[in-house]
Design a protein around this ligand. Structure first.
Ligand code: GRF
Length: 233
């Protein structure tokens, strides 16, 4: 395993992930599918849900991944039980994937720089609930998603990777959410791979990625290639 600047190579054991979910689990599914590739440098050791009816638990069962439901009588009790389960499963790194509870700050501290989250906006814009609704209300032309290291304040922490999607004129919350979700499913496995390969390092609150090349690409929305935008002449 290589995390945060420790060198990884092909002989390293896969980084053992713990994935926390509350519901649908489509990002969990994206990670399951990525981990099915023997060349992927991570494996899912444990899925934890705070809800017994989370659809993601079925996805874990189908993939034969150990999964537990931990009740949430209080933030501190959930945190203690989750931490114990993660340690017992020898988890190296935690992925929040649609986990809908606020985490106890002690748990966040215990897994500092070893816990990431995916959020359906281009953070720091639109943190919190209903990020896609917030984006539509603001009238932005681009939306997207962010994978970031977790810090105690909600949806903050050093950004590892982002994906951008256009907002279409007729979008409603559902359509925009689905477009962002498709990007999430590509982004989360990519971000986790970079971490598992030991290619990320946090310096001054920002993530450096070894060998990172930003794309030479600027997108305009409205697009100048759209005939209506080009001119009505
Ligand atoms: C995703 O949009 C994720 O960004 C947010 O919660 C949603 C979870 O969806 N944190 P799923 O459970 O992974 O399908």
């Amino acid at each position: 395993m290589g995390v945060l600047g420790l060198t990884a190579n092909c002989e390293d054991a896969a980084m053992r992930l713990g994935v926390l979910i509350s519901g649908r689990g489509s990002n969990l599914q994206a990670l399951i599918e990525a981990c099915a590739d023997p060349a992927y440098p991570a494996e899912i050791a444990l899925v934890i849900s705070d809800r017994p009816d989370a659809a993601g638990l079925t996805r874990a069962a189908v993939a034969r991944i150990p999964a537990v439901t931990i009740p949430h009588p209080s933030r501190a009790e959930f945190a203690a039980a989750a931490d114990a389960q993660l340690r017992a499963a020898q988890v190296d790194f935690v992925c929040l994937a649609g986990f809908m509870r606020l985490l106890d700050t002690a748990l966040v501290g215990a897994w500092r720089d070893q816990m990431v989250n995916i959020h359906p906006s281009l953070l720091p814009a639109f943190p919190g609930l209903h990020a896609q609704r917030q984006a539509l209300a603001a009238g932005v032309r681009f939306a997207g998603c962010t994978v970031h290291f977790v810090r105690p304040e909600v949806d903050t922490g050093p950004i590892i990777a982002q994906a951008v999607v256009p907002v279409h004129p007729k979008d409603d919350e559902e359509r925009l959410s689905m477009r962002i979700l498709a990007a999430e499913h590509r982004l989360y496995p990519l971000a986790v791979r970079l971490i598992a390969e030991g290619r990320t390092r946090i310096t001054d609150g920002k993530v450096e990625i070894d060998g990172w090349q930003a794309p030479e690409f600027a997108a305009l929305n409205p697009s100048p290639s759209d005939p209506l935008v080009r001119g009505r002449g």
